[in-house]
Design a binder for this molecule. Sequence first.
Ligand SMILES: *Cc1c(COP(=O)(O)O)cnc(C)c1O
Length: 379
Amino acid sequence: MSDPSLRDLANDYVLDLVPYEPGKPVDDVARELGLAPEQVIKLASNENPLGPSPKAVAAMQEAVANCHFYPDGGGFHLRNALAEKFGLERANVVLGNGSNEILELLFKGFTRPGAASIVTNENAFAVYELMAQLFGLDCLKAADGPGFAPDINAMLAAVRADTRLVFLASPNNPTGTRSSNEDIDRLVHGVPPHVIVCLDEAYYEFLDDAPDTLAYLREGRRVVLIRTFSKIQGLAGLRIGYGLTTTEIADVLQRSRQPFNANLIAQVGALAALADTEHMDRTKAVTLEGRERLRAAFEEMGLEQIPSEANFILVRVGDGDAVFQALLRRGIIVRSMKSYRQPEFIRVSIGTPEQMERFIRELPAALEAAGVGPTAAAS
Ligand SMILES: *Cc1c(COP(=O)(O)O)cnc(C)c1O
């Protein structure tokens, strides 16, 4: 008898998985175009254009000398600092290797392969569905309303007896749209008790009048607030995020993680970044200014854009992939939305004022080269 093929040995739901398509790294593009990395700008992954907090960098440099030690698996200092900042106890805080790991811990802790489902909305962050596939679960997606707005009634209607997790990102990626406080309230109050509501707040700090979602925890609701150091704190490369939740849910997530999931440098860097409110304020100011500049430029070019509350804008350019490629040839990396099933759009992260000016200068030629031209894209 011949050996079984590896295809027969692997889980089909893993074999069927379409891998997450990340933003193209600067180095790859520079190599492909024969440019110096400094000539390439990346506006593709919603990273912080100012870089990390200088205080975080200094703290991490010092910590490097201690890398022979395992990290504090309990994350004592960072969890304490987060608890204090949000008026919670340390037992309410769970650290993750990026906030994406918090998502994964929710699946590990609360779902069973083939015997559970999750609910989210049509144009939600791609990782929810990806994770559901990886765990062999159904991902039930409620159709969005006009302007990509998640339809809360449709999401509630999609909940089944086997649904354990409901995901809503606000602001959402890739749309940049924010759900109203009333909608979030309706979702949290509307789910049956066997469902945990996961509010992904990766861009929370960019909101001017952020909702008090911590109130749901004070009410003892089965809610997880998922936050990250990757965006406003500029620490995406460190992979550090956190969940704020009830002590009961936190206990399940803690049991579901690897003993040292948040690394030593990340814990030290995040702790210092959390205290550097000046860097966060500066990041927010630069982001809002750049976003307004980009919004006005798109408007002037007659391009349809989705009003954004985050550090990026989704814009309709006709053939998104062609425009993505045309910009790439000019050393500008944005994100094609083909894998998000929105092939007419690109997503552009907010950069420094100089990066925004260069993008705005080059976009008309890229549209032209892609054969869409500003007028074609707008029609
Ligand atoms: C960027 C982003 C995250 C952050 O992921 P990390 O793993 O913390 O880097 C989470 N959710 C959404 C919706 C995002 O856009």
